[in-house]
Design a protein around this ligand. Structure first.
Ligand code: NAP
Length: 289
């Protein structure tokens, strides 16, 4: 198949490219905004046509949650209008969405058909993207994920490594619960969907296994980083705080855990525990130093 990977310089896009060597039966076109601006409908249609694309894996998004709150129209252009441009090509599509489409006020893992109730501009625009995609393209695949990190781009792991080495103390919330997800694991799930003989349309939840708070995640990052480097460079003391003790520009979900039964059964995949995937990611990041 001819596969177009959009947002190819982002966290997931980079992991898709890195793993593509293990999936040589497909041909790949990678494009980020500098090569293909998805908000330009004509350019999207032309690229898909010229490259004879069969499947589009949409890794592009406006992912800055606070930025989206300040500039909802700009976020909507990428997270919804651009998704519609992709949908209008009539090709097979794998699109990535987020836990932010839920209210985050639950206390049981969210299932795919649970009620969407976004509380943020980011969540609203991402939900609109899902809805416009599925209206035009009911056979699309949507993967919702959460708490994504990788060696690339900006993410919580990189922030903790930087502050953990610079500061004496880090204050991190312990009342927001979710599942850290290594972008490489999500990319493997996307390849599982691409490699099945039969196209299995639908909405699916994917995160790494296990559940923790941002505080637990931070403690584990610094502990593993010290172990991997054989140093105590990541020395900051991590202090658990409540969300109300931290000034957020945008409300953050208290509960982001996604139920993964459907994706595991449909694509017959095994998902690693988040602590194991964190180790794999940190080894790549820190052993290269
Ligand atoms: N990061 C998370 O914690 C998280 C959590 C849940 C779900 N997700 C979803 O997972 C997917 C992948 O996230 P990610 O963290 O890999 O995102 P990312 O690192 O922010 O990458 C997104 C890429 O899309 C590009 N892009 C932005 N506007 C574009 C446009 N108009 N045309 C083409 N490309 C454009 C970005 O370029 P610029 O950098 O130049 O803008 C960036 O390279 C997204 O759908 C996101 O909503 C992410």
């Amino acid at each position: 198949m001819n596969i177009l990977v959009t947002g190819s310089k982002g966290q997931l896009g980079t992991e898709m490219r890195r793993l593509s060597a293990q999936h040589p039966k497909h041909r790949y076109t990678y494009a980020d905004i500098d090569e293909l601006d998805l908000t330009d409908a004509e350019q999207v249609a032309r690229t898909v046509d010229e490259r004879a694309i069969d499947v589009i894996v949409n890794c592009a998004a406006f992912t800055n949650v606070d930025g989206a709150e300040r500039q909802e129209a700009a976020a909507r252009k990428v997270n919804a209008d651009a998704v519609e441009n992709i949908a209008r090509t009539g090709k097979k599509i794998i699109h990535i969405s987020t836990d932010y489409i839920f209210s985050g006020e639950g206390w049981l893992p969210y299932r795919e058909d649970d009620k969407a109730a976004p509380k943020t501009a980011y969540g609203r625009t991402k939900l609109e993207g899902e809805e416009r995609l599925l209206r035009l393209c009911p056979n699309a695949i949507v993967f919702r994920t959460a708490w994504l990190y990788s060696p690339w781009g900006n993410n919580f792991v990189k922030t903790m490594l930087r502050y953990g080495a610079e500061k004496e103390e880090l204050r991190v919330v312990y009342d927001q619960i979710g599942s850290p997800t290594y972008a490489g694991d999500l990319a493997k799930a996307v390849y599982a969907a691409l490699d099945t003989d039969e196209w299995k349309a639908g909405t699916y939840h994917f995160t790494d296994e296990g559940v923790c708070s941002w505080y637990d995640f931070a403690v584990e990052i610094l502990k593993q980083a010290n172990r991997i480097t054989g140093t105590d460079r990541y020395k900051a003391h991590v202090l658990p705080i409540r969300s109300e003790e931290y000034t957020y520009l945008t409300p953050r979900p208290h509960y982001s855990v996604l139920d993964k039964q459907k994706i595991k059964q449909t694509f017959d995949i095994q998902i690693p525990h988040w602590t194991d995937s964190l180790r794999e990611c940190l080894q790549q990041m820190l052993q290269a130093e």
